[in-house]
Design a protein around this ligand. Structure first.
Ligand code: GRF
Length: 213
């Protein structure tokens, strides 16, 4: 896993594993920020961690190649971006396409990039949500696997909306990784997702904690 921030999604994955609801091993957590809360949570859970400071590298690509070298060396089958706040070089990530997912707080393809909650509010949207997608060279642009949707309520501000959505993110990411662990999901080039060998017509939807087609 890679994370830059507080790590609540990472914590949700660890909790799901500890509850016997996610049959995976977490082999390594990396961050670009030495002070990331995610690193403390990982250490508390006994997961090896590392930090790579972008300032120690001459270019984004040099940084990303070293990042992926370390992740490769961990023996990980799958890489989860859980609040990793960096754009990743397209060449460096190529070997991981189909084996790397990201959670993004919007109903993609709406609102790629930052400030998604604010943008949904400013647009007057009736609903908002989060997406888990395969990572490709296009920022927040890879095939969407699954989404969680919530209604925007009168009086919602950016903070309230983000907080309410987060609880759904914490169900969405473990639910997708359960499918990954069961080897039921695959990226279908160029921009599709297959579940049990069949192309999805639309992203799976989280309903009552379960993903439905
Ligand atoms: C989440 O909102 C996630 O969707 C986005 O970054 C945030 C990370 O939060 N990519 P946390 O560090 O997992 O608490």
């Amino acid at each position: 896993m890679l994370a830059s921030g507080r790590g609540s999604n990472l914590q949700a994955l660890i909790a799901a594993r500890d509850a016997g609801q996610l049959p995976v091993d977490f082999v390594l957590v990396g961050s670009d920020k030495a002070g990331a809360g995610a690193l403390d949570l990982a250490r508390d859970a006994g997961i090896p961690t590392f930090t790579l400071n972008p300032k120690d590298f001459p270019s984004r690509q040099a940084y990303d190649f070293e990042l992926f070298r370390r992740l490769d060396a961990s023996g990980a089958d799958m890489l989860v971006l859980a609040g990793f706040m960096r754009i990743i070089d397209g060449e460096a990530l190529k070997p991981w396409v189909g084996r790397m997912v990201n959670i993004h707080p919007s109903l993609l393809p709406k609102y790629r990039g930052l400030h998604t909650h604010r943008r949904a509010l400013e647009a007057g949207d009736a609903e908002h949500g989060a997406s888990v997608h395969y990572v490709t060279a296009e920022l927040d642009g890879g095939p969407v696997i699954a989404q969680a949707r919530i209604a925007i309520q009168p009086g919602d501000d950016e903070h309230a909306l983000a907080q309410r959505l987060l609880a759904h993110e914490h169900q969405l990411l473990p639910a997708v990784l359960r499918l990954v662990a069961a080897q039921r999901l695959a990226l279908l080039p160029p921009d599709g997702v297959a579940l049990d060998g069949r192309a999805l017509a639309a992203p799976l939807q989280l309903r009552n904690g379960e993903l439905v087609d």
